[in-house]
Each structure stands twice: as C-alpha cells, then as structure tokens.
Design a protein around this ligand. Sequence first.
Ligand code: MRU
Length: 352
Amino acid sequence: MKLLETVRWRDGRVRILDQTLLPGAEVYPELGTVEEVCGAIRTLAVRGAPAIGVAGALGLALAARELEPTGRSLPDLWREFLAAHARLAAVRPTAVNLRWALDRVRDRCETALGELAAAGPADREGALACLRTVSLREGEAILEEDLALSRAMAGHGFPLLPAAGTVVTHCNTGGLATAGGGTALGVVMEAAGRGKRLFVCVDETRPLLQGARLTAWELARAGIPFAVQCDGAAAWRMKTRRVDAVLVGADRVAANGDTANKLGTFSLALAAREFGVPFWVVAPRSSFDLSVASGEQIPIEERAEDEVLCWGGVRSTPEGARAWNPAFDVTPAALISGWITERGVERPPFAA
Ligand code: MRU
C-alpha cells in the first residue's frame, strides 16, 4: 500500500495533506510561509504529535528562507529565526514532539553557525546560506527518521496482538498522525499485514472526529475491518463483547509514565483496567519528556468552545451554552500495560 504523504518538503514549500477535508477530499496545499505552517498546525490541517513535529521542523526551514538580509546584522537574523521558532512552538503546547523537533533544528543550526564563525570572519551571506541548508537538512532528517521509527514501533508491537481478535483505538494514530507510518494504528496495520485477523473498534473521538473521519479512512484504505463507535461505547463493548487490547498513541509521556493523549484516553484506560484488557501506548522516544516528573506538569491545550457547541459549522447547542474543550487528558501510568517505542516495550523509570 502506498505510504501516506502527510507532510513533505516540495520545491521550497511544505506540502501537507489537509486533514480537515478528509474523508471527503484528498487535497495537498503547499505552505510557503511560517505563518501558513502555524495556521495549518493550529487548525489541525496537519495534526498528530510526530506529524506536527515534522511540520514544525520544515516550517523552521521555511523561516530561514524568509529571512531578509538587507540592512540586518547576523545577530538580527538569528533573533528573527528564534522568533519563528517561538511562534511555531507556541501553536500547540501539549505534544512535546513539536518543541523537540524545533529545538533540534535550532540547536543544529546554532552549532553549524558556530563552526562557520570559528573557521573565519563571519560573513552574513555565508551564514544565511548555512542556516538555510542546515535547517532543511535537519528537518528532512527528522522526517526520514520518523518513517523509520514507525517501522520499528510496528515491529515491536505486532507480536503483542493475538492471531485473531478485536482491538480498540482512540483518535488517529496512523500515517496521518506521523510522516506516513503510524504509532498505535501502525502496529495494527503491521499485524494485519502479517496475517493477523483483527477487527478494529474505532472511537469516533469527539469533538473533531479524528477516529470517525481519519482512522476509519485509513482502515478502509488498508482493507482492515472496523466499526466506528461513539466514545462512550468502549466500556460497554468491553463488558458485552470480547476486546483483546487497547492501543493508543501519546502526545507527551512524563518521566513517571503518565501519558497525555487525546481527550477520552483516560476513560478508555479506566474501562480497560475494569475489564482486564491490556492497554498499550505506542509512541516514539520523541514523545517522551523526561524533564517533567509527572502528568501534573504537562500543559493541556484548551481549544475553542465552538468545536463542542457546533456541529459541522452549525450551532447544535442553545444560544448562551458554554463548553469546556480540553484537547487532551492524562492517563496515569498505573493504568498502562507498557509503552511500545522504537526500542521495544518500555516501562518507567525510562532510561534517558
Ligand atoms: O489533536 P490531535 O488530533 O493532534 O491529537 C492527536 C492525538 O491525540 C494522537 O493520539 C497523538 O498525537 C499520538 S498519535 C501519533
């Protein structure tokens, strides 16, 4: 099956698959400015922790191209580059992959500029060329690595699933949430590809329907049998029918294993504990933030009330109704069976 091209560098622009239009239309806008990349991340045109990391990194490569050297000193240009880094990092606060990827590009550029300066007197044009080359090279390296990480996680995860059975997924954790491979859904795809007969219960994932719109689209494309269910149906499914495993992704894993992921993950984990169903988190090491001790310190993004109060752009609640719309929740480590990373199945305390 052809790999999804969720986010790519194409002719000096960042080309994304616009996920707000799926499953109705497969449209690939090309983003030419940092502001356009910020907008695409903000509106969830590109979404999922690893995918926004890649988009952010390539956005910073765009920032280096946008720098206008006339009348500016090298320190001015570097400050503008850092300002673009800060704008991109601030768009979505929970998924640590975004900040991780941006920091990685920034640090690599800083090292390269330092090496250039050490080699001779600083020349502004040369430094700018270096910034442009190194930021793009690092962004593309992050993209390529992400594809490899997905393959590694899938390889470690598929043996944990039965030869035939039912799994529950939440949100979208497939190619659309990464550079094109997948985290939790990548494990399901790998298992199905190796002949395991799996049925997938797809949580619809209110309010933006990443499960119903995106995971269902990916599973249909792969020919894997599934049924979309309301988020509240998972516990009842576990009580009344067999469920063999729950697989979810992560936006940030704290040092103690507390895991932030799409709102509804916590209640799914509570249900899995109640019914003795294994609950796996599938996430690359770039989703781990060992600088935060526990989930208490993970910032949770709150999104616009209208995402909850309206349906398809039409108000579905009485005028004056208010909504609370946290995009993520934190599942305590004690409810999680294991973290499937590119290194295998890990458990806290995680090695640095
Ligand atoms: O708000 P979203 O759609 O970006 O949320 C995405 C999730 O919660 C995913 O489960 C998470 O990023 C891990 S998937 C690779």
